[in-house]
Design a protein around this ligand. Structure first.
Ligand code: FAD
Length: 510
């Protein structure tokens, strides 16, 4: 695995086969897939890598069970295939997630229907465990009776309970580490990735694209980055960027807001619970056991404001908590239990709707009379980002540029690999106390050096999981600032950034 070294000036002296704008999971996967094709790629990210939508996902690698309901077999196969890719490629970062849905007999939620659906799900995904490490195999699903459902989830609403559907998906508790390892792998294979560099304009000569005018947001310097192909992978900003660089493409991204909430409460089951409040039109919510807490999602609503830091309103959050409490009576979640609200924008089928788009969009601007070499891409899931990168590169460079190098993620031989005590402390949010930091200074120093950690906030939220334990982590923060050698004023401003990074009940209401 390579290192991510931030040298914008040096990067501007080189030239690239492609410049990728956006360092979320879609941009990161484009960088990895390009490198595997022997292409020299440059990735520009205006904030920190993976700091926007990609940080806020529910961290589930979806298989296709939900797509069976609409018989969308194409999407089913893609999701199952990509879930297996993650299980094969990152066995240390991806875990098996047992899921339980209590069945009360309404609509399709009947034991007989689920027995058939789970059988079909297992048959259609029968190759899901091929080449996957044995302890990451996904077992077959099953329907259990009411008493087994109660033992899996003692707090279940027992009135009219007929049984429960149990199936297995995959989850990535530290998805930010996957994104960083994808980027580090791309850099190890020859890509260059720069955070805090904003793409401001497209550079063209006649109709041919030749690069990007960027600004180093740390130094304020303007720089020209050369590449005959530019891929706009700006997620929620992709439509605005397409309009700025060429023309508006409305179906690229018509944003709706989605959010998950991390509650500092013991999970009610070791299974992820799929629960639906008993009122008409209610959504199904997932309560995922996550680092000893509950990660609950997903709330959805239309969105009409800008892309910077989208948040649900206080009222939306109150309804969300109320709905969760109706879905799991006795859980008694309150606003005070909220550690952080994870919100982001997702593409909807149309502006003003919260119905999610089903497929990725890949636009060749040159084919529509725009700049030759400019492409825009927007996707709908973390799970399928690699596949979308593959499709995009096939479109841009043709199949002659099929993957040339084989790649397997190899855990590092040093303390940065998951599984060591130091990394476990950092990913678990320090363990019992902030003293945990003392034993981790070596690992942290290496992260800062090898992963372009510019701000304390980057370290807290996107290189480790220190953010999950705000009290302990903030207590340790002044000591962490020493790792950069910042003076007092710089430390104070970095601490403010970290504090402002959290969204709790009150902040969401602003
Ligand atoms: C609440 C929620 C729950 C979700 N749950 C799941 C889930 O469980 N499983 C799943 O598979 N998917 C899930 N998703 C979907 C998934 O998170 C997204 O599909 C995915 O993260 C989108 O990645 P992206 O790279 O397109 O966008 P982003 O992560 O937003 O990345 C785009 C990047 O482009 C950068 N950028 C924009 N403009 C510029 C510019 N001019 N110059 C440089 N950089 C720029 C931005 O700073 C940003 O970092 C969820 C999403 C949400 C919001």
């Amino acid at each position: 695995m390579g290192s991510i070294i931030r040298r914008p000036g040096a990067a501007a002296r080189d030239s690239y086969d492609l410049v990728i704008v956006g360092g979320g999971i879609y941009g990161a996967m484009l960088a990895l897939e390009s490198s595997l094709r022997g292409l020299h790629a440059l990735l520009l990210e205006k904030g920190d890598f993976g700091g926007a939508t990609s940080f806020n996902s529910l961290r589930i690698l979806h298989g296709g069970l939900r797509y069976l309901q609409s018989l969308d077999l194409h999407r089913f196969r893609e999701s199952v295939g990509e879930r297996s890719w993650f299980l094969r490629s990152f066995p240390n970062h991806v875990q098996v997630l047992p899921c339980l849905m209590p069945l009360y007999g309404e609509g399709l939620r009947r034991p007989a229907v689920f027995r058939a659906a789970l059988g079909l799900n297992d048959w259609l995904s029968r190759e899901r465990n091929l080449a996957v490490r044995a302890d990451r195999h996904l077992p077959s699903g099953r329907v259990v009776d009411a008493s087994a459902t109660v033992s899996l989830f003692p707090g279940v609403d027992r009135r009219d309970l007929l049984g429960g559907a149990v199936w297995y998906d995959a989850c990535m508790p530290d998805s930010q580490r996957i994104l960083m390892d994808v980027l580090r792998s791309a850099c190890g294979l020859g890509s260059v990735a720069l955070n805090y560099v904003e793409a401001q304009d497209l550079l063209k000569s006649g109709s041919q694209v030749w690069g990007i005018l960027g600004r180093d947001l740390q130094s304020g310097e303007e720089l020209e980055f050369r590449g005959k192909v530019v891929i706009n992978a700006g997620g929620p900003w992709s439509r605005e960027m397409a309009a700025r660089f060429d023309r508006d493409v409305p179906h690229l991204f018509q944003g709706s807001i989605a959010w998950n909430v991390l509650f500092d409460r013991e999970p009610p089951s070791d299974h992820a619970l799929a629960l639906k409040p008993k009122h008409p039109g209610a959504r199904t919510y997932f309560l995922v056991p996550w680092k000893g807490m509950i990660l609950a999602g997903t709330g959805h609503a239309p969105w009409s404001l800008g892309s910077e830091r989208p948040l649900p309103s206080r009222e939306q959050l109150e309804c969300f908590v109320e709905d969760l409490n109706r879905a799991a009576p006795g859980l008694g979640l309150t606003g005070g239990d909220i550690v952080h609200v994870l919100a982001g924008l997702l593409p909807a089928v149309r502006t003003g709707s919260d119905e999610l788009a089903l497929r990725e969009v890949i636009v060749d601007h040159g084919a529509q009379g725009g700049g030759h070499g400019l492409y825009s891409v927007s996707g709908v899931k973390f799970t399928t980002a690699r596949l979308v990168a593959e499709k995009t590169l096939n479109r841009v460079f043709g199949h002659s540029r099929a993957v040339r190098r084989s790649w397997t993620w190899t855990p590092r031989p040093d303390a940065l690999q998951p599984g060591t005590a130091e990394m476990a402390a950092l990913l678990g949010g320090l363990g019992d106390s902030s003293d945990g930091v003392d034993g981790c200074e070596g690992v942290l120093g290496k992260l800062i050096e090898e992963e372009s950690v510019v701000h304390l906030e980057d370290l807290f939220f996107r290189r480790t999981s220190l953010w999950t334990r705000p009290k302990e982590a903030l207590h340790a923060a002044p000591r962490l600032c020493r790792l950069w050698g910042w003076d007092e004023a710089e430390c104070a401003s970095e601490l403010t950034r970290v504090q402002e990074g959290y969204v709790n009940y009150d902040a969401a209401g602003r």
